[in-house]
Design a protein around this ligand. Structure first.
Ligand SMILES: [Zn+2]
Length: 353
């Protein structure tokens, strides 16, 4: 059986990305098509993003390619592509095109809706998560067909609701059941990799429990010189409540029910991964000078980010920005909680969760 000529494929891939995909990704980044959870009026921008990607995909020189936008009433659209292949099996390639909100913390010169290229990185909202997925799927199939190699029938399914918890996806899977067929392989183009030197497979990703926690103590703000010591501080109460979730010294989640026994095989893989990646496990993150990771052991770092729960506070409300903060004891403090929980724990939940 003929195999892929890798150097040739790499050359073609480079050309397709540089000349065809990157210009489209630039355009895509400029569209603020935030997921419905962050933008109730999502329709117009989502349609723009879908049209852009749809038009690009339609132009692809892929034998038998069929491109369709599927719309169920009241739901975000789905981009569906079918590519006939040999044999009876089907490969499903999955991705999404909706985006996270702008958020804060962009480095000077970078912003969510303005694409900026620095070296081999393209900055802007949605390019990597997960706008690249349609382009990468099409490019991969082109490389195979260019070398006249055979492949199975492929179905590419790109949803527009992932960042809102994929609430529209089940309805589409049901609606398209017969068209999709029974995939024997699902390639999910929405994860990360340890480095770009080898092929990686994601074996476990943590899920997330998210919610808002709000502490109300007064009906309006009062002078802190007058009220502090009598009126409990809402931020302090919030701190106490958060300390029930995790240990503020170590970050370890205190809810024992969320702790997993890491399977022996995964422990072994974590050791091997730490060996391969070395300091890349932690130094890929933009630490300020002098800052250090939560733990020193690289295997522990890998296990922490894949098999252990962790708490992050991703938003806060009820506090003025520093430049307009005065001596006021504020009426309330609220925060958004993002609690990462191991996947195996989610799987052990009773049906219906
Ligand atoms: Zn994603």
């Amino acid at each position: 059986m003929p195999t892929l000529d890798a150097p040739r494929a790499l050359q073609s891939s480079q050309r397709i990305w540089d000349q065809e995909i990157l210009p489209a990704l630039y355009e895509y980044i400029r569209i603020p098509n935030k997921s419905p959870a962050y933008e109730p009026r999502w329709q117009q921008n989502m349609d723009r993003a879908v049209s852009l990607i749809e038009a690009w995909c339609r132009k692809q020189p892929i034998g038998g390619l069929q491109v369709e936008v599927v719309r169920l009433p009241g739901r975000t659209p789905i981009l569906l592509m079918e590519i006939p292949g040999e044999g009876s099996e089907t490969v499903l390639l999955y991705g999404h095109l909706d985006k996270q909100p702008e958020m804060t913390g962009w480095r000077q010169g970078l912003s969510p809706w303005q694409p900026v290229r620095e070296g081999d990185k393209l900055y802007g909202r949605g390019g990597a998560d997960d706008g690249y997925s349609s382009f990468a799927s099409m490019a991969a199939l082109r490389l195979v067909q260019e070398q006249k190699l055979s492949h199975a029938r492929c179905v590419v399914l790109i949803e527009a609701c992932e960042e809102s918890g994929s609430t529209d996806l089940p309805a589409y899977i049901e609606h398209l059941t017969t068209r999709i067929g029974k995939p024997s392989l699902v390639v999910c183009l929405d994860s990360g990799c340890g480095n770009y030197d080898q092929l990686w497979t994601t074996t476990s990703l943590r899920g997330m429990v998210s919610g808002n926690l709000r502490v109300d103590i007064l009906t309006e703000g009062v002078h802190s010189g007058d009220a502090s010591g009598i009126v409990p501080e809402s931020f302090r109460i919030l701190r106490q409540l958060l300390s029930r979730i995790d240990d503020e010294q170590t970050g370890r989640v205190k809810i024992e029910g969320l702790q997993m026994q890491v399977p022996a095989e995964r422990l072994k893989q974590a050791r091997l991964t730490a060996e391969v990646l070395g300091d890349e496990v932690w130094n890929k993150f933009p630490f300020v000078p002098g800052a250090r990771p939560v733990v020193t052991d690289k295997i522990e770092m890998i296990l922490n980010r894949s098999w252990r729960p962790a708490l992050s506070i991703t938003g806060i409300e009820g506090l003025p920005p520093l430049e307009s903060a005065g001596n006021v004891l504020r009426p309330y403090t609220a925060c958004k909680i993002s609690l990462r929980i191991p996947r195996a724990w989610i799987r052990s939940l009773p049906r219906g969760w």
